[in-house]
Design a protein around this ligand. Structure first.
Ligand code: IYR
Length: 228
């Protein structure tokens, strides 16, 4: 019989007052995070990126297979390659070259409030791009053979923890998802069983960066929660 090895569940118990204060304080800080689309070229410490990836890597995952890989892109050549490929896809998405937009009318209308377009200079300006890959297979053995479970859910949680940690370090982020983004596999030299999920653009905001008011409108509690 398999003997399950365990360690004690170590978690400091807080008073209710303290628990509420801590939860409210973190909620308030996380609420300040907003997507940035205009980055300063200023460098950020590599140690912050490493710590944020370690935080992401501590996320829960199916069978604890940790089915993720974070490719940190910092060289101008690699950033340029990503920008060129991403903008080519975005031009098709927005119909920027005069062809019919791949995005339907409804999608383009929904995006109008954010003011996005096919130009993605931040892919070169920001000091770091973290390309997140989901390992459909081979999470634990890195062999492309072992089956992984709940890959999308696991990677989604890890991305949230990555964003939260970068925000806590005072950095601005943008989750960028050119579509399709198979080209990221080539640029980042990742195997075919890994699926690129998103580019997390990281850096300081440009001095004149702005946030669309639409992005500030978050639903109140009674619209996102129910109690049974
Ligand atoms: N990938 C495109 C389009 C885009 C789609 C959604 I949904 C957004 O929330 C934002 C943008 C782009 O990056 O412009």
């Amino acid at each position: 019989m398999h003997q399950l090895e365990t360690v004690p569940y170590a978690l400091e118990r807080l008073s209710d007052t303290n628990a509420i204060a801590r939860a409210e304080a973190l909620a308030e800080r996380l609420k300040q995070r907003r997507t940035c689309r205009d980055f300063a070229p200023d460098p950020v410490p590599r140690a912050v990126i490493e710590a944020a990836i370690m935080a992401a890597g501590s996320a829960p995952s199916g069978a604890n297979h940790q089915p993720w890989h974070f490719a940190v892109v910092e060289t101008p050549a690699a950033k340029r390659a990503i920008r060129e490929a991403a903008e080519a896809e975005e031009r098709r998405f927005y119909g920027a070259d005069g062809d019919k937009a791949k995005a339907g009318e409804e999608w383009l209308t929904a995006l109008a409030d954010l003011g996005t377009d096919a130009d993605k200079p931040f892919l070169e300006t920001a000091p770091y791009l973290i390309v997140v890959f989901a390992q459909r297979k081979g999470g634990i053995a890195e062999d492309g053979e072992t089956q992984n479970y709940y890959v999308n859910e696991s990677v989604g949680i890890a991305c949230g923890m990555l964003l939260a940690t970068l925000h806590e370090a005072g950095l601005a982020t943008l989750t960028h998802t050119p579509s399709p983004m198979g080209f990221l596999r080539q640029v980042c030299r990742r195997p075919e069983w890994e699926k690129p999920v998103m580019i997390v653009v990281v850096g300081h905001p440009a001095q004149d960066a702005t946030v669309p008011v639409h992005a500030l409108k978050k639903k109140p509690l009674d619209q996102i929660a129910s109690w049974l």
